[in-house]
Structures are given as structure tokens and as C-alpha cells.
Ligand binder design. Structure first.
Ligand SMILES: [Zn+2]
Length: 171
């Protein structure tokens, strides 16, 4: 299992719901976790490792000992709106401001299929919105402020050119 980078097609697809909560699922989740350590990541969605299922890992405080696994997550309520800077492990070197809800309520399942429901705000809410977007093929570069889209346009073009030539990231 390894990270995939923009513009890998798996990043643009809607991921499939997880239906089997078995050992194979949990083994793959365990394989994903070290990839979250790269660049001190605080969130990672399954499509970012080339796995097209509705599953994500997130770290509320960037703390390695507190990794949360959410399967089939959905946002059932949101409040407020706030701009904040985001990056993404699938877009090395790209940063930009994105408008997100300040507070959300999330429903999901854990790795064993048990239902979970909780509220998140501020940075954790932002991470979850970014990762849940990944499950629908929605990428943060398309939600950035127009100014940040302009700043990053050239880098994104370079990533596309490089990817089509080699299938590898620009860095
Ligand atoms: Zn991302």
C-alpha cells in the first residue's frame, strides 16, 4: 500500500461503501496508518492509497496515539463557516484556503461495524470534511479561494504533466 498522487484517477472517483467488517478490512486499515505519519499527516482517506472504499483515518490533535478510523462516514449536520489553510498528502507542496463548516455532526461505523456518532469542531471538523470529500472524489484544490487556485495553477499543471509521464509525484 502506498500513497497515490494527483491526478491519479482513483482520487476523482466516488468510493464504494464498506460492507464486510472482517480481518482483511482491519489488516488494510493497519497498513494505512503508517502512511498517515508521512509529512505529519492528520487525515488520510482510502482513495489516497488507491483503495476505493468509504473509509478514513484522522488524528484529532495530530497525536499518533489517537488515530480515529471512520468507515462509511457521513456529515449529518453542520454549522458555521470558516476559511482555513489546507494541504493534502496527495498534493505535495500545495496549500490553500478552503471554506468549511466550523462544527459538524458525523455518523459512521468503526472497523468492526459498530455505529459511532459524534461532534467535531474547528481543525478536527475541517480534517473530517476534507477527508469525507475525498470519498466523493471532491478535491480541496477545486474548493480553494480563487486567489489560491491562481497561485497553485502552475504547480497543478506540473503535477499533471509529471504524472502522465511517470505516474509519480512532483517531489
Ligand atoms: Zn486530502
Amino acid at each position: 500500500m502506498k500513497l497515490v498522487y494527483f491526478p491519479d484517477p482513483v482520487l476523482m472517483k466516488k468510493a464504494a461503501p464498506v460492507t464486510a467488517f472482517d480481518d482483511d478490512l482491519r489488516r488494510k486499515i493497519a497498513e494505512m496508518e503508517p502512511l498517515l505519519d508521512l509529512e505529519s499527516g492528520i487525515g488520510l482517506a482510502a482513495p489516497q492509497v488507491g483503495w476505493g472504499v468509504r473509509l478514513l483515518l484522522a488524528r484529532p490533535d495530530g497525536d499518533r496515539s489517537k488515530t480515529v478510523t471512520l468507515v462509511n462516514p457521513e456529515i449529518v449536520k453542520k454549522k458555521g463557516a470558516e476559511w482555513g489553510e489546507e494541504g493534502c498528502l496527495s498534493f505535495p507542496g500545495i496549500w490553500g484556503n478552503v471554506l468549511r463548516a466550523k462544527w459538524i455532526r458525523v455518523k459512521a461505523q468503526d472497523a468492526f461495524g459498530n455505529p459511532v456518532e459524534f461532534e467535531a469542531e474547528d481543525l478536527f471538523a475541517r480534517v473530517l470534511q476534507h477527508e469525507i470529500d475525498h470519498l466523493d472524489g471532491n478535491l480541496f484544490v477545486n474548493k480553494m479561494s480563487p486567489a489560491d487556485q491562481a497561485v497553485n495553477r502552475r504547480k497543478l499543471e506540473d503535477m499533471k504533466a509529471r504524472w502522465s509521464a511517470t505516474g509519480t509525484p512532483t517531489t
